[in-house]
Write a protein that binds this ligand. Structure first.
Ligand code: SF4
Ligand code: SF4
Length: 104
C-alpha cells in the first residue's frame, strides 16, 4: 500500500476553515483569492502538497466531506513530497496568542 495524502473538492468546500486547526503541519490554508468560477462566497481552503505528510489527522474534520484521502504512488520518487509543486498563494493563519486559532 502506498502513502496517502488528502485532497479537497473545491466545489464542496465552503471555506468554513474548520479543518485548518486539525493539521499539525500547516498544510491546510485558505487561498488568497477565490478562483473565478467559484460559486461559494468565501474563498476555499487548499492542501499544500509540499506540506502534507498524509497523517490523515484532518480527514474527519470537514462537515461537507470536501476533504478526502488520495493514494500516492508507492514509489517515493514520484511523491509530491519529493517533487516540488507550485502551491497557489495562501493567506497566513495565526495559531498562537489571544487571536490564534490554536490546534484542534
Ligand atoms: S472543513 Fe471542509 S468545507 Fe470547511 S474549509 Fe475545510 S475543506 Fe472546506
Ligand atoms: S493529512 Fe495530515 S498533513 Fe495532510 S493536510 Fe491532513 S492533517 Fe495536514
Amino acid at each position: 500500500m502506498g502513502q496517502s495524502m488528502v485532497a479537497i473538492v473545491e466545489a464542496d468546500c465552503t471555506g468554513c476553515d474548520l479543518c485548518i486547526p486539525h493539521c499539525p503541519f500547516e498544510a491546510l490554508l485558505p487561498m488568497e483569492t477565490s478562483p473565478k468560477e467559484r460559486k461559494h462566497k468565501k474563498r476555499p481552503v487548499i492542501v499544500l502538497a509540499s506540506q502534507c505528510v498524509g497523517c490523515l489527522s484532518c480527514i474527519g474534520s470537514c462537515p461537507t466531506k470536501a476533504l478526502h484521502e488520495v493514494a500516492l504512488p508507492p514509489n517515493a520518487i514520484l511523491s509530491p513530497l519529493v517533487i516540488p509543486t507550485d502551491d497557489p498563494p495562501t493567506e497566513s493563519v495565526v495559531r498562537w496568542g489571544k487571536k490564534g486559532i490554536g490546534w484542534a
